[in-house]
Write a protein that binds this ligand. Structure first.
Ligand code: FE2
Ligand code: FE2
Length: 475
């Protein structure tokens, strides 16, 4: 069951041909998806031949399939990791019972909500990124953008399959609605805040793929623990795709820092004005972009204290990150977990029932992951003899969701007055002027092997090709 049948209209490894009703329903959704892609997918890129990878199986070697594809012809399909025989639910009230192959009636509404919320982020990011191809800093980067875009499209397929297969008529209606909401739309926006923000330039794109795709990784990891086996299996396969998205963000920021550090070292400059004079992204601007994307992404994990999170866990729908490796009873009755609270003008930790703090716990685990990313970036600065460092702001900084929402918190975690916030906001968050400067650097570089001045080339090419390979052909 792990190999994918590409002779079918919808490539899949779920035996779709054996379920004619489902197959027909998905075949009716397919042209609607293509219409959406045509309208909201990468702008002006439908004739390009792009060197893309397409999964041919869910095994490790299944990713070896690289070739030139026009994006509208990409074979979006339905891939689930193979079932693990005898898999048991390993947390919550159903711990020890067999995993479910069908949706338990009493959990149907919650499961649907979880799947729709995850599914909605996938087309949202394609919409957010649709203009970026016009200002790609190289063919290598352009190809990576498109690879991410087609895979986010496939992630939408993954969630739509679950909706169609397991949720009947409401599932089909939700699948339609996933194609109708639009990122940033006033009347019909995407469900989560960060997915309605703009991704107007490549600095934002790399920040987004580092921070926000990483939120995706943590959400998918939590869902990969689910007692609803089809959800666990589909998210496990999505994680293999997600890894590449985070790689693009991680190395993208590294390459920007490398270029900035080179220029600073070469000309012995440290003033951001001088860095800008040389046409690179100055470190304070990069730090402000980071502060923005980090804080907006932290909000995606939801309220610190959440009864929904408790219900999702107790009922076996959504586990913790790396659930199996955590050394406790996996039920969490009576356990506590610390969350931050504002108390008389200070941030204090308060223990709350661990079941209610699962969002906060996932957020903390995510923060740990991002800290090692920032440490890698700082090694780039160190190697070039630059003293300045990139830092992650305090987790209460600039939050709109959770117990510190709306509080004025400096990046170092101090609670400050509204006046102090206003006096420093332009040092902490991107200004209109920063955005205009970054926008002024964005220009299209399409000569193989050439890179925009503000970013260093990558260490290696794709699929063992050289860096100056023509990863995108314009026909
Ligand atoms: Fe995704
Ligand atoms: Fe992603």
């Amino acid at each position: 069951m792990s190999s994918v049948d590409y002779n079918e209209r919808i490539p899949n490894n779920v035996g779709l041909a054996g379920d004619r009703t489902l197959q027909r329903a998905l075949e009716r959704w397919q042209p609607r998806f293509r219409e959406w892609w045509g309208e909201m997918g990468p702008e002006g890129a439908s004739d390009y031949d792009v060197y893309l990878r397409t999964a041919v199986s869910v095994e490790r070697e299944g990713w070896a399939n690289f070739g030139y594809v026009k994006m509208p012809d990409y074979r979006w399909g339905i891939f689930l990791n193979p079932a693990e025989p005898g898999r048991k639910i390993h947390f919550g009230a159903h711990k020890g019972e067999d995993v479910w192959q069908e949706v338990p009636g009493e959990y149907r509404a919650n499961l649907r909500r979880i799947i729709v919320t995850q599914g909605d982020t996938e087309p949202a990011s394609v919409e957010q990124q649709r203009h970026l191809g016009l200002t790609a800093p190289s063919l290598y980067d352009l190809r990576n953008l498109f690879q991410i875009n087609v895979e986010e499209g496939r992630h939408l397929w993954a969630m739509v399959y679950l909706l169609h297969r397991y949720f009947g008529r409401d599932g089909r209606e939700e699948a339609e609605a996933l194609l109708e909401r639009r990122s940033g739309d006033r009347d019909n926006p995407r469900i989560l805040g960060a997915f309605n923000e703009k991704t107007p330039d490549w600095l934002s794109f790399f920040m987004f793929t580092f921070f926000t795709d990483r939120d995706g990784k943590f959400q998918l990891c939590a869902l990969a623990e689910s007692g609803f086996d089809p959800l666990a299996r589909t998210t496990r396969f999505m994680l293999t795709e997600e890894a590449h998205h985070m790689f693009v963000g991680d190395t993208g920021i590294s390459r920007i820092l490398q270029r900035t550090a080179q220029v600073m070292a070469e000309h012995a400059i440290s003033d951001p004005v001088d860095a800008r004079r040389h046409g690179v992204i100055d470190l304070p601007t990069l730090q402000r972009y980071l502060n923005f994307h980090y804080s907006v992404t932290l909000d995606l994990f939801g309220a610190d204290v959440s009864s929904n999170a408790a219900i999702f866990y107790s009922t076996g729908l959504k586990g913790r990150f790396d659930e199996a490796r955590i050394d406790d009873d996996h039920v969490l009755e009576g356990a506590t977990y610390p969350v931050l609270e504002l108390d008389a003008g200070r941030l204090v930790e308060r223990p709350v029932p661990a079941l209610n703090a699962l969002n906060e716990r996932l957020r903390d685990r995510y923060i740990k992951d991002t800290i090692s990313g920032a440490a890698r970036w700082n090694r780039v600065l160190e190697r070039h003899g630059i003293e300045a460092r990139i830092t992650l702001p305090h987790k209460a900084f600039n939050r709109a969701i959770g117990s510190t929402a709306g509080a004025r918190v400096a990046p170092d975690g101090r609670i400050i007055s509204e006046a102090e916030w206003r006096a420093h906001e332009s040092e902490w968050l991107p200004t209109a002027e920063d955005r205009a400067y970054v926008a002024s650097l964005m220009g299209r570089v399409v000569e193989p092997g050439r890179f925009a001045n503000w970013i260093a080339p990558p260490a290696t090419g794709i699929d063992r090709h050289p860096i100056d390979y023509d990863y995108v052909r314009f026909g």
